[in-house]
Design a protein around this ligand. Structure first.
Ligand SMILES: [Zn+2]
Ligand SMILES: [Zn+2]
Ligand SMILES: [Zn+2]
Length: 270
């Protein structure tokens, strides 16, 4: 029986035992299976010889055990081919898909990859946790597209419309990357030029939080999101609040227009 064991030449990361090939698996020699007598000594470390159509080579086994991961290789499922790698985490071997997005991490410059839950820095996927940059794939059940994820990495603010709150009411919000490279929904676009509050977004307006709640005596700074057929962009509203004017835009009649703020701190179109 002993003589038929085919050892891999590598050792168990958990207990140091020799690893051997056993059918479709590579197992630790201290894995006694159902041997009740020696159960307490048993080591359950194992991995498969093949993951998603890819046979684990001797070189990959060595990399996995010594570096915690393999290089990126080709896998295939029933329906598709994809790239990925094997990772050793907490003495357990897992296949991790690797789908590059075509844009880079704003925090460390590494490639960004698509994961099941969103968009993440490839460093993290490759086992280096020094960068944890991440963009969620959905916010309040609203999908974040690859284009929007790319825009976020470039510092742009993304408008999310048609979201539903707990009561089922429609609301809008902004998805933004903050100075610490955390991507979060926020109601804050910029400071209100008329008071100490800030400008937020609603389904049809950009408005000061004071105006939004319509409390008497509070700030009334508010402007529609659509001006004569032109959708005011986030950049426009920031320009307006910071400089007192948007850039020129063209309305639905082909006329040049811009939004300014009058002496009573009310926006007007000219
Ligand atoms: Zn072991
Ligand atoms: Zn990164
Ligand atoms: Zn205000």
């Amino acid at each position: 029986m002993k003589s038929s064991i085919k050892y891999t030449g590598e050792f168990c990361p958990k207990c140091g035992g020799r690893l051997s090939y056993q059918g479709q698996k590579i197992v630790c020699e201290n894995n006694y299976g159902k041997d009740y007598e020696r159960r307490n000594l048993a080591c359950d470390f194992m991995l498969y010889t093949n993951y998603y159509g890819h046979s684990v080579t001797k070189k990959e086994l060595t990399e996995l055990l010594h570096n915690g991961r393999t290089d990126i290789v080709d896998f295939k499922s029933k329906t598709s081919q994809f790239k990925g790698l094997l990772r050793l985490t907490d003495n357990s071997v897992k296949m991790v898909p690797y789908n590059p997005c075509g844009f880079t991490c704003p925090q460390c410059g590494s490639e960004m990859v698509r994961t099941r839950s969103g968009y993440t820095c490839s460093k993290h996927i490759l086992g280096d946790d020094s960068c944890q940059f991440y963009i969620p794939g959905t916010v309040a059940e609203r999908k974040i597209t690859e284009k929007e994820a790319k825009d976020i990495t470039e510092g742009k603010l993304i408008i999310l419309d048609d979201l539903h709150d707990e009561k089922g009411s429609l609301y809008s919000t902004i998805l933004k990357m903050n100075q610490n490279f955390k991507v979060r929904p926020t109601q804050k676009i910029c400071k209100c030029p008329a008071c100490t509050g800030y400008i937020t977004i609603s389904p049809h307006t950009y408005c000061c939080t004071g105006a939004m709640h319509n409390d008497k005596g509070n700030c009334q700074f508010v402007i529609g999101r659509n001006i004569e057929g032109y959708d005011l962009a986030i950049k426009d509203i920031i320009d307006l609040c910071m400089t007192g004017s948007t850039s020129f835009f063209v309305n639905s009649k082909g006329q040049k227009r811009r939004v300014l703020i009058d002496e009573n701190m009310k926006p007007y179109i000219y």
